[in-house]
Write a protein that binds this ligand. Structure first.
Ligand code: PGA
Length: 256
């Protein structure tokens, strides 16, 4: 299976989110084989987008959560509240949040809370430009994975999505090469198999960082790439439609 996730960040309000969600449904209409498709609007648009995607093949994701279920945590939103809103996926530890608000350990608590509430965490990992220059990407990603995956108690049908998103590729228009992504995905998969064997079958590895309509196919056709996490291009309907079409084409060709 291939997965395509649109992370709309803080780029759109409710009205635009609703229009984008309609566009996603249109882009998938009539396709023979479609990817697992997830749209992640801002919290304030979840309820309206839910109305559009309910009972379709498009799933609803959130961009963050807090690890406690309820309590005196002004401004925070729990996994249970998200589940109540029809959310099935939640992004955890995005680099934009790691840069401003949260630690590796917090990402682990959030991922664990997501699973407990029946949500699929989309755990973002990736090195900065400085870290890549120092060739320490494996060390950095390993550290982030250990913190994010150690607290997880997966059971039943639980899945865990890991998005390899090199920070230097996010929003820059300079994606990693498919070869770079394949190498890191193989590393991530190998590390999970070795250190978290119970997650091996549950974990899929996505690539994120300047994915758009022109390069999506080159990533998605790689066996190591289970899908893509798309930021900037996911709020441009034509671009995102092209990403979805690329995924459909790969699925049809490869039968995956
Ligand atoms: P980008 O963002 O596609 O705009 O590079 C990806 C992400 O932040 O998830």
């Amino acid at each position: 299976m291939k997965t395509v996730i649109g992370n709309w960040k803080m780029n759109v309000g409710t009205r635009e989110s609703v229009a984008l969600a309609r566009g996603v449904l249109l882009a998938l209409r009539g396709k023979k084989a479609i990817p697992e498709t997830v749209v992640c609007p801002p919290f304030t648009a979840l309820a309206e987008v839910r109305k559009i995607v309910a009972r379709t093949h498009v799933a609803l994701g959130a961009q963050d959560l807090f690890w406690e279920d309820s309590g005196a945590y002004t401004g925070e939103i729990s996994a249970r509240m998200l589940a109540e809103h029809g959310v099935s996926h939640v992004i955890v530890g995005h680099s934009e949040r790691r840069a401003l608000f949260e630690t590796d350990e917090m990402a682990g608590k959030k991922a664990a809370a997501a699973l407990v509430a029946g949500l699929t965490p989309v755990i973002c990992v990736g090195e900065t430009a400085v870290e890549r220059k120092a060739e320490s990407q494996a060390v950095v990603v390993k550290r982030q994975l250990v913190a994010a995956l150690s607290p997880l108690k997966a059971k039943g049908k639980d899945r865990v999505l890991v998005a390899y998103e090199p920070v230097w590729a996010i929003g820059t228009g300079e994606p990693a090469t498919p070869n770079d992504a394949v190498a890191m995905h193989a590393f991530i998969r190998g590390f999970i198999a070795e250190s978290f064997p119970s997650l091996t079958k549950r974990a899929q590895v996505l690539y994120g960082g300047s994915v758009d309509g022109t390069n999506a196919y080159a990533f998605l056709r790689e066996k190591e790439v289970d899908g893509v996490l798309v930021g900037g291009a996911s709020v441009k309907m034509k671009e995102f439609g092209d990403v979805l079409s690329a995924a459909c084409e790969v699925i049809e060709k490869q039968g995956v």
